[in-house]
Ligand binder design. Sequence first.
Ligand SMILES: [Zn+2]
Length: 329
Amino acid sequence: MLIGHQRIWDFLTGSAKQDRLAHAYFFVGSAQVGKLTTALEFAKWLFCPSTKLRTSPTEPCGKCKSCLSVERGQNPDMLILSAKQTDKDDILKNKEIGIAEIRALQHKLSLSAYGASHKIAIIEEAAALSGEATNALLKTLEEPSPRSLIILISSSWQAALPTIVSRCQLIKFLPVPEIEMSAKLGGLSKKEADFKRAIKLSAGRPGLAIQLLREPERLAEQERSIEIFEKILKAPLVWRLEQAAKLAQNTVEARETLDQWVLCLRDRILEISGCADLAVSGRTSGTSAGGYHPGNLLSICREIQKTQSILHNPSFNARLALEVLMTKI
Ligand SMILES: [Zn+2]
C-alpha cells in the first residue's frame, strides 16, 4: 500500500504511459518514508495486466499472479539487491553489495522480459555497493540494456557516490503529511493516544508509523532513545563513549536512533524559535534547550547526519564513527 507521494507516482506512471521512462532512477529520502514501497508498487503497475486496458486504473490490482509475484519478490522480470543480512548471526549489520551481485543484475537485465514490457532491478541500499560493484554498475548505467529499468534507493544523500547519482534521474521523497498517514492507517490502533503519538513520532515516514502501531514496544523504544539523547547532551564524555559502544552493536538500529536524535534537535530549535506546537518528539515542554542556541543545534544535526552517512557503508568502523560523534556534540 502506497501512502503519500502522489506526485512521484503520477510522474512515474505518466512517464511510462508516454514511453518516456528513464533507464535509471535514484530514490533518496529518509528511512521508511516509502522509497522501496513506491519502487515495488511501480513494478506491479508496469507488470499488472489490468493497467494495460484502455480504461487503465492508476493503481495495480494487487491480486493477479503478476502483482502477487512482485509482492513475494519472485517475479522473473524483477531483481532486488538488498544490503540486509540473511544470516541470523550477522543480522545487526548491513552487508556489502558485491561485484557478483551486480554481474547477476547485468545478466538478468540483458535477457528478454518473460511477460512484461520491462525488466526491473531494484538496489535497496546504494551506499552498500562495494567499490568494484560501483564501477561495474557505472558501466551498466552508461550502456543500459533496452527496456531495462534500474531503481537505486538510498536514505542518505551524502552516502551515495556522485558518479552513480549523476547517471540517474533523481527523485526526492519528502515526509508524508500527517493527515494522509492518519487517513490510511486509522484502523491500526484502538488507542487514540498511541495512534497520535506514533503518527507524530514517525515524522512523515509511513513505514515507521506502521511499525510503531503494530509493535507497541517499539513506541516505548523510540521514547527511550529520545531520553538517552537528552542525557547525552549533558553527560560526561565517558558516559557518551559507553553509549557509542552500545549503539555500534547494531548499526541498523543506530541509524534509526540517530534519526530520532535529529528530530529531537529539530524540536529544540522550534522551541527556541517559539514554535513548540510544531514539535514531534513531545519532549520540549518544560525542558530547557540545554544552553544551546540554534546555531549549535544545527551543527550537531550536521554531525549526526555525517555519522549516519558513514553508518550506511558496511566497510567503515561504526564504533569509531559514533565515538567521534560523541566528542562533537
Ligand atoms: Zn495485478
